[in-house]
Design a protein around this ligand. Sequence first.
Ligand code: COA
Length: 366
Amino acid sequence: MDESSICFIDGFHSKLYYRGYSIEDLAANSTYEEVTYLLFYGRLPKRKELEDFKGWLKENREIPNQVIELIKKIPKDTHPMEVLRTVVSYLGNLDPGRSDLSLDGMYRKSIRLTAKMPTIIAAYHRIRTGREIIDPDPKLDHSANFLYMLHGEKPSELWARAMDVSNILYAEHEMNASAFASVVVASTLADYYSAIVAGIGALRGPLHGGANEEAMKQFLEIGSPDKVDEWFNNAVAQKKRIMGCGHRVYKSYDPRAKIFKEYAKKFADMYGGELKSIYEVADKLEKLVIDNLAAKNIFPNVDYWSGIPYYGMKIPIDLYTPLFALSRVAGWSAHIIEYVTNNRILRPRLYYTGELNKPYIPIDQR
Ligand code: COA
């Protein structure tokens, strides 16, 4: 369990690598499709390999009618992460190769699901807001196509690139809680879909992926830059967690947060108004966190700044964690494939702290 060649985090020096490539290099030069290939196969694709891979993703974007009918039946106030969990499970039911644990079978399913996750999320959002579902556009790349299916309009270059960079930044992060949940399930040789459903369940919580939604709600709750000091002092006095800050592995500034912050600034400068004010709230709060909590190794993490570009792209807050999931499915899949290729059931032990050899007491004598 303790060896992997997928991802390395140097939490003391703000460094993150996917398969040896720095996150800064990938965010500046790569695409989500290429990064997914890299995570799955361990190396950057040649041009023809990338074109084929993109083609497979495009071919798999559509979701069957049965799935659309299922989504229509889900209560409209259901959190989209719960919808994703249900639909991924159902897609497993519909896949005749669901129990195929061969390497080819696992790659096929990983590509199938990576391609379909954005379609599921966009379809649910369109249905719950009473609008027509938009079919995927094969002319658009993965991230741009998601925005198109969500809003019904082709995104600008900035929006498409911001979404793609978000997908690159969220694609993988070593053995975090959701990757662990996926790998534990896969290690029993259960099917791929059960493993991904476990990952989605773990990601939903506010201490993990759910933090990007909570961070944005926190900025909105603060309301304006002049209220940040008072809000922060109250939070510290009440021992409240600042959402989007702190990390089990990073004891320094999360390198992904730095890149998201650059996009947050771009969107704030471009749109001004409310977005600029939210940016200023976040920036001021970040300074207070660093001045006061850095001694406890608490710095902004990936979920702190990601919401501001999303807000600028008019994405509803409850889709922020699903956005994390639709990207992270690549990392979960890479870990499942790597682990199962050399499988041993994951079975941690616990330190027992109870008593032993207690005499059984008949119920009337207790
Ligand atoms: N704000 C304020 N204090 C925080 C904090 C935060 N976001 N995160 C941790 N701390 C404090 C804890 O209160 C604790 O203080 P204490 O020693 O005085 O009791 C100390 O830092 C260690 O916290 P701990 O919960 O043991 O750290 P962890 O490694 O178990 O937790 C997280 C990591 C991510 C769960 C935690 O930092 C957190 O809850 N962050 C907010 C949610 C979040 O952004 N999650 C996304 C992670 S990518």
